[in-house]
Ligand binder design. Structure first.
Ligand SMILES: [Zn+2]
Length: 168
């Protein structure tokens, strides 16, 4: 265990945190820290596994923040729904980044969904490719490319039609 501030390995145990984790003190700079001091979970009042579980429930079961809060409460963990909201905002992108490494390669069959949406007064082309197993294929996302000429635009789904109507 090295000190996250000065990287010294002259470190001693220094009691436990409120969550029951081991706390350490650096013999060189005096900084107190835990194993998760240098992780994204640093400073959070709840254990890492609770946070990850809440975020997983939110996306896996399409629960609301209030429902995740309720599910946790049924298991004796009292978390406000606004805290669940902050966890999802903070950790979902990080979890997605980590999970991306473990994805299967995109299969040979895939479909693309596309639409235009007006965001802050500008038209954006939004598309997403999904392969046969439901994996989102890269490149996913949107671009702010200008709209193609009206007559040549490919129109597939109703959101696109709605977007066109609003444009006029
Ligand atoms: Zn140190």
């Amino acid at each position: 265990m090295a000190c996250p501030r000065c990287m010294s390995v002259s470190v001693t145990k220094d009691g436990t945190t409120q969550l029951g984790g081991q706390r350490f003190r650096c013999g060189l700079c005096g900084r107190r820290f835990t194993r998760r001091s240098s992780s994204a979970f640093s400073g959070r009042a709840f254990a890492d596994d609770i946070i990850v579980l809440a975020v997983r429930w939110y996306v896996r079961y399409r629960l609301s923040y209030a429902e995740v809060s309720e599910w946790l409460a049924e298991r004796g963990v009292l978390v406000d729904q606004s805290t669940v909201y902050r966890w999802v905002q903070r950790f979902l992108p990080l979890i997605g980044e980590v999970a991306r490494k473990y994805r299967d390669p995109v299969g040979p069959d895939w479909r693309v969904d596309e639409t235009y949406a007006r965001i802050r007064g500008r038209w954006h082309y939004i598309y997403r490719a999904i392969d046969g197993r439901g994996q989102i294929a890269p490149p996913a996302g949107s671009s702010s490319a200008p709209l193609p000429p009206a007559g040549r635009r490919r129109v597939g789904s109703s959101p696109t039609k709605r977007a066109r109507t609003r444009q006029r």
